[in-house]
Design a binder for this molecule. Sequence first.
Ligand code: SF4
Length: 363
Amino acid sequence: AQAGWVRGLGAVRRRSRPIRVGRVTVGGDAPVAVQSMTNTDTCDVAATVAQVRALEAAGADIVRISVPSMEAAEAFGRIRREVEVPLVADIHFDYRIALRVAELGADCLRINPGNIGREERVRAVIAAARERGIPIRIGVNAGSLEKELLARYGEPTAEALVESALRHVAILERHDFPDFKVSLKASDVPMTVAAYRMLARRIEQPLHLGITEAGGLLPGAVKSAVGLGMLLAEGIGDTLRVSLAADPVEEVRVGYEILKSLGLRARGVNLIACPTCSRQRFDVIGVTRELERRLADVREPIDVAVIGCVVNGPGEARIAEVGVTGGEPNLLYVQGRPAGKVDDEALVDAVERAVRERLARRG
Ligand code: SF4
């Protein structure tokens, strides 16, 4: 899952204390891990396994599953046996569920220590995590801030989010348990960014980035790209989840697009396509859409340029590994060199063939 990533803005990255979530390292020098979360009924093992596999195929490094009951905990155990990707069990309040999923092979527990209850329960959950080498994710959310903090701050604020997180952090530190990561999510982008900036200076643990309840695919992707992009460009963030009211596979795609645009990771086809105008000599939008569909299975990074005319075409095609430029005739480029004329009808096939040949040569 870590193949094909590149360091882009890594030189300015905040140096966090790495943790292991199953086979995936989060923090330190590790690539920013992409996460998503299932939205099936966890007790429906077949449906959840299918969704976890779809997320893994889309590139998810880690998948979170909510475990709201003991029945769901047992289902989590069956799901765990069926899939390879590291799984985070998302638990609220009930420490017995945390203990059970730890036994059943959870790779990380998302549980807020301040919400577990009595001291012996907190101690039992931390002991189970320590014994099995499982990290804990503290997840603070503006929608579920402690009443007393809300009363004091009047409303959710960046300071209130950070104060809430630090309370949970203090409990883990009191138990000498440093293997955790923290998220501080709000649906308000400036508040989320301010909160992560503050917390980044207060703790050394990895930060899990996200804008919560960001909305549907387009507004959610934009909010996430702005908020997460600001933080990642400052070197803050070790793993991310894009929260969308959409198919979770889209969350993984958007997560990669954010990381690809910053040069932090590379995965699959990077399609460079012009926005089109009346100069276009073939249907750029249709060809782009069809190539996206046909090349969705490609995992290795490769730049492919689809440019409608000779204004920008040759320049873009020359720096992409495979490119096509509209004209009389349309020209295919491979490794920056002209590789033949192509009719409109044959464009998609020709580009797909050239991409697969390049990938086969790389081995
Ligand atoms: Fe228009 Fe050509 Fe630019 Fe595409 S590359 S937007 S067709 S001028």
